[in-house]
Design a protein around this ligand. Structure first.
Ligand code: ADP
Ligand code: MG
Ligand code: MG
Ligand code: MG
Ligand code: MG
Ligand code: MG
Length: 673
């Protein structure tokens, strides 16, 4: 894996001096692949999912449930298993969809947390509707294979975060003391991170560039007996091991917030990502734009993260916490000090919702773009000079405002244009909610778009449902030529809204009223090459065709239920009804349609409130537990029972038993599925 190639990783002050070098070579590699791949046509409609797991230790008679740090051993066991070499037979699965006899062996990947695993299908899924039915058995297969290569008391679970990561006492197996030189955290040891040099360097250099530790503050949920104002009782103000121990004495841990101080609190979270291959670059750019406004809606709908560091939080999703956990911006870039050493103020972390649209779709109005988008004008000019159009050059010139964080000295000796490592260095540490993935250097696959905001779900049924739903949405967008554009800053606003407790039912989101609106009548035909902007500057984006009416009239606030199921007035059709009419318009056999209906039903019911999100289910589980004292504390005992329940749900699912009679509100999470 190129990303994990070994070498000498530079510490921050030195890495900083090479940042320009990496960017310059990264742009050359980008132009090389752009010139090769921009004409690619008729790539197949392929797609694939990524499922991330926490590995926990659990046994009935052990009072503690812990994070297992055996990622490397588990991956080695998987890699060394000859029976997994090519194809694998799925376990018998009486419930759900009928599996095939054989599946290409799934691929397991390391992740940031040493307690994490990632699994992807053995090969990407194709366009055939029947393929959609193999996602769920394949996900179950992946989980079963992972479990088979663990110790008897280890389990792969798909909670987004471990509820008591960073709590005082023991929460990992084996246990390590805090605090190490890389993270300098007062809550988690350095050993929590994947030991491959890339990961500790990433964490250390983010901290070092920033000039202090990352600050992951999450509002605490205020229950009846929660002391108020609330002071995080786990913060130690008397440590003097590292200069960064001053952070909390300088106000890093404000009242009423759960305070966390390390990358592991964010990048240790699990998510569900989907990557689509487009038939050509134009379609890829269109998909990127059209899926972008759906990000916050799917974030709210998949909400699964109500607990941090042993406390109930007042938010439901992981997104902003990851954003803060890798925020490498300096005080100058954050606007806390006048600009002196840094080049610009940067409004967002490198992990954030995406900040611009990239398509040359004539329906994209200038008003949808952010006039304050920060770009590197020199980079943009190089891309324009290399033949890239204005809008895409703007996108990459925005990503390239960032410094590379992990640099291997050996890579800076000769520029290799048959690789994309320097480009990927910047691209893959811009963690936005959409990612536009150019073909790899050998150009053997197409332009891809990744949809990244969704939270991982507890069962594979749910993970398959959300994956399949998103695939169907892409089909609907393309076949009905839907228009989801709203101003990109409204997408940002929606992303914030999605964090609120029970946002799926309680909040409203900006959404486009008319998805069928056609192209503006005047000025269309602005074809592929927009005029050069002459070196960039703050007005980064070029001018699209003339508008037809005030932009503000094009969108309004809607509930997730309205977006998904349609509004009562019948003015907005709803995404599920659109998917249904798309399925009506194509040839899908009855059996397939029935199985797809299970997935669509889950999403319909989550949006309407008939079923609960995982976040809601976890909250209710904690509240209903005899050991909970209404003080926002998620104790060891509650945590153990919660994880125990999640494991039991998983075992029921693996055996195809269904979830009825499990108690603890599981029927509100999963209904009769
Ligand atoms: P990353 O972590 O960089 O997003 P991964 O390799 O972990 O990438 O996951 C990428 C996903 O894309 C996997 O589900 C994989 O099956 C899928 N995939 C691989 N090749 C293609 C392709 N040509 N088109 C669409 N999806 C693909
Ligand atoms: Mg991956
Ligand atoms: Mg991953
Ligand atoms: Mg990750
Ligand atoms: Mg991914
Ligand atoms: Mg990755």
């Amino acid at each position: 894996m190129g990303l994990l190639a070994l070498g000498t990783a530079l510490d921050w002050p030195e890495a900083k001096t090479k940042a320009h070098h990496v960017r310059a070579w990264g742009i050359k590699q980008l132009l090389e692949i752009w010139n090769k791949a921009k004409v690619k046509e008729r790539d197949a409609m392929l797609w694939g999912d990524e499922v991330e797991y926490l590995v926990v230790t659990y046994s009935k008679d052990d009072p503690k449930v812990l994070l297992s740090l055996r990622q490397a051993d588990i991956l080695a066991a998987l890699a060394g298993d000859k029976d997994l070499a090519k194809e694998v037979t799925p376990p018998a699965s009486p419930g759900g969809t009928k599996p095939k006899d054989k599946y290409p062996s799934p691929v397991f990947h390391p992740e940031f947390g040493r307690f994490m695993l990632e699994a992807t299908p053995g090969k990407p899924w194709g366009i055939d509707f029947k393929e959609l039915l193999h996602v769920e058995p394949d996900m179950k297969l992946r989980r079963a294979i992972a479990k088979d290569h663990m110790l008897p008391n280890e389990y792969p679970i798909t909670l987004t975060t471990f509820p008591r990561i960073g709590s005082p006492g023991v929460f990992t197996e084996p246990h390590y003391p805090v605090s190490g030189p890389k993270l300098r955290s007062q809550f988690v040891p350095d050993e929590i991170a994947n030991p491959h040099i890339r990961f500790p360097t990433l964490a250390a250099n983010i901290r070092s560039r920033r000039g202090r530790k990352v600050q992951v503050n999450v509002p605490v949920f205020r229950d009846e007996n929660t002391p108020w104002p609330w002071k995080d009782p786990t913060v130690n103000y008397d440590l003097h091991n590292w200069p960064e121990d001053d952070d909390v004495r300088n106000g890093a841990a404000p009242d009423n917030f759960i305070h966390m101080d390390a990358m592991a609190f964010g990048m240790g979270s699990c998510c569900l990502q989907i990557t689509f291959q487009a038939k050509n670059i134009t379609e890829g750019r269109k998909m990127y734009d059209q899926l972008s406004p759906l990000g916050p809606i799917l974030l709210a709908l998949t909400a699964a993260t109500p607990i941090y560091k042993g406390f109930l939080a007042d938010t439901d999703v992981r997104w902003n916490q990851i954003s803060k956990a890798v925020d490498d911006r300096t005080a100058e870039e954050l606007g806390e000090k006048p600009l002196q050493n840094d080049r610009w103020r940067i409004p967002k972390s490198r992990y954030a919702s995406n900040s611009t649209y990239i398509s040359e779709d004539p329906r994209l109005r200038e008003e949808y773009l952010d006039p304050n988008l920060v770009i590197d004008p020199e980079i943009k000019q190089q891309l324009l000079d290399g033949g890239m159009d204005d809008r895409l050059a703007t996108h990459f010139a925005h990503l390239f405002i960032r410094d590379p964080i992990v640099i291997f000295n050996e890579d800076l000796e000769v520029l290799d244009l048959s690789k994309t490592d320097h480009f990927e260095n910047i691209q893959s540490t811009n963690w936005q909610h959409m990612r536009f993935k150019p073909p790899p250097a050998d150009n053997n696959i197409g332009w891809r778009v990744e949809f990244r905001p969704m939270e991982i779900q507890i069962t594979d049924f749910e993970n398959a449902a959300f994956s399949v739903f998103m695939v169907l949405i892409t089909r609907v967008i393309l076949s009905f030529d839907l228009n989801f554009y709203i101003p990109i800053t409204k997408v940002d606003e929606n992303m914030e809204t999605a964090h609120k407790r029970d946002a799926v039912l309680q909040e409203k989101f900006w959404f486009r009223r008319n998805l069928f609106s056609s192209r503006p009548s005047r000025g269309s035909g602005s074809g592929t090459n927009t005029p050069r902007s002459g070196g960039g500057g703050s007005r980064a984006n070029s001018r699209p065709p003339s508008p037809v009416g005030p932009v503000e009239d094009e969108y309004k606030l809607m509930t997730v239920n309205e977006v998904i199921n349609g509004d009562e007035e019948g003015e907005f059709p709803g995404l599920i009804p659109l998917v249904e009419s798309y399925l009506d318009s194509v040839n899908v056999d009855v059996a397939t349609r029935c199985q797809l209906a299970r997935y669509l039903d889950l999403i319909r019911k989550r949006a309407s409130g008939e079923l609960w999100t995982a976040a809601r289910w976890i909250r209710e589980f904690v509240k209903g537990h005899e050991g909970y004292r209404r003080d926002s504390v998620v104790s060891e005992e509650v945590n153990k029972d919660l994880v125990g329940n999640v494991i039991e749900i998983g075992e029921r699912e693996a055996k195809g038993k269904g979830f009825k009679g499990l108690g603890r509100g599981v029927e509100k999470l999963l209904g009769g599925f």
